[in-house]
Design a protein around this ligand. Structure first.
Ligand SMILES: [Zn+2]
Length: 276
C-alpha cells in the first residue's frame, strides 16, 4: 500500500544536516529507507578554510561556497544520503547582518518563489517524513526561519500527505550538554555563568513528539561534523571528544508540526504510523 519509505530533510546551510539530523539520516539509511537532503543556501557567509570570518575584506564568498559544497558532499556521503540537492540561494548571514536584505539572498526571496524550487523535489520523492526547523529557525537565524517557511509552503503546494517534524533539543538535554561541556572544560553555548540561569533556548520536554535512538550513528555524525572542518561551530562539538559526543548525541528529538495521523505521546520512530 505504501510507497517505499523516504525521509527528506530541509536544511539552511552546509553542516546543519550533520549537527541536527546526522543521527536520523544515518540510522534510517542503515535501515534501507531512502534519504534525501535539501540544503537551501550556499553557506558563502561562513568562515573561510583558514578561519577568515565574513566581516573581513579578504573573505571571498565564492571560494567559501565552493569549499563548503565539497565539505557538504563528504558529510552527505558519510551519512549515507542518497540524494543531495542544493537549492543554491546565497547565504543571508546571521540576524541583523546587511547581507540579510541583499538582492537574491535566501531571506529576501519571497517564500512562494523559494518554495517553488523545493516543491518539484517533494513531488519526485513523495517523502512520508519531512524534517526541518521550527518557526523560530531553532535559534533565530534568518536562513533557518526561511527554511521552515519554504518547507511548509512547498508541502502545501505539493498537495502531499506527509508527517512534518521540527528539530528540537529538549531543555533537559541542554542541561546534560552543559554538564558534559563543563566536564570537558569547554566554553560554549549553554555553558552560562550561573547554574540557576535558564538555558538560552530549548524545547519544553512535554512538547517533544519523537525521540529517536541514534546511538549507533553517533560516530558517523561525529565524522560528518568533522567533514565541515572550516566551520568553527562544528569543531566546537568535536572538542567534546568522541566519547562525550556519543553520550550527548545518542538521541535526536523532534516536535510534530504536521501530523496526518493526529498522534499523541512520544514515538521512537518518525515512520511509526507509516509502517502499519
Ligand atoms: Zn545553519
Amino acid at each position: 500500500m505504501t510507497d517505499r519509505l523516504t525521509l527528506l530533510c530541509v536544511h539552511a546551510h552546509p553542516d546543519d544536516e550533520a549537527s541536527s539530523t546526522g543521527g536520523i539520516l544515518r540510522t534510517y539509511a542503515d535501515e534501507g529507507i531512502r534519504t534525501v537532503l535539501v540544503t537551501c543556501t550556499d553557506g558563502a557567509l561562513g568562515d573561510s578554510p583558514d578561519g577568515t570570518t565574513p566581516d573581513l575584506e579578504h573573505h571571498v564568498p565564492e571560494d567559501v561556497a565552493a569549499h563548503r559544497e565539497a565539505e557538504l558532499r563528504a558529510s552527505a556521503a558519510i551519512l549515507g544520503v542518497q540524494r543531495l540537492e542544493m537549492l543554491g540561494f546565497p547565504d543571508s548571514g546571521m540576524e541583523g547582518w546587511p547581507q540579510n536584505d541583499a538582492p537574491g539572498s535566501f531571506w529576501s526571496t519571497p517564500v512562494e518563489i523559494a518554495a517553488a524550487r523545493l516543491t518539484p523535489i517533494l513531488l519526485e520523492e513523495r517523502p512520508q517524513v519531512i524534517v526541518t526547523y521550527d518557526e523560530n529557525g531553532f535559534y533565530g537565524h534568518p536562513d533557518h526561519i526561511q527554511a521552515n517557511r519554504i518547507t511548509r509552503a512547498a508541502l502545501e503546494q505539493s498537495g502531499l500527505t506527509a508527517s512534518l517534524f521540527y528539530t528540537a533539543i529538549p531543555i533537559s538535554a541542554f542541561a546534560r550538554f552543559r554538564a558534559l561541556m563543563q566536564e570537558a572544560g569547554i566554553e560554549g553555548p549553554g555553558s552560562g555563568d550561573g547554574d540557576d540561569e535558564a538555558p538560552p533556548f530549548g524545547t519544553p520536554d512535554e512538547l517533544v513528539g519523537a525521540v529517536i535512538d541514534v546511538a549507533a550513528a553517533a560516530d558517523a555524525k561525529f565524522d560528518a561534523l568533522a567533514a565541515h572542518a572550516s566551520q568553527t561551530e562544528s569543531s566546537f562539538f568535536l572538542r567534546m571528544g568522541r566519547e562525550r559526543f556519543r553520550i550527548a548525541f545518542r538521541n535526536e528529538w523532534f516536535v510534530r508540526a504536521v501530523d496526518p495521523f493526529s498522534r499523541s505521546g512520544v514515538d521512537d520512530d518518525l515512520f511509526a504510523p507509516w509502517r502499519a
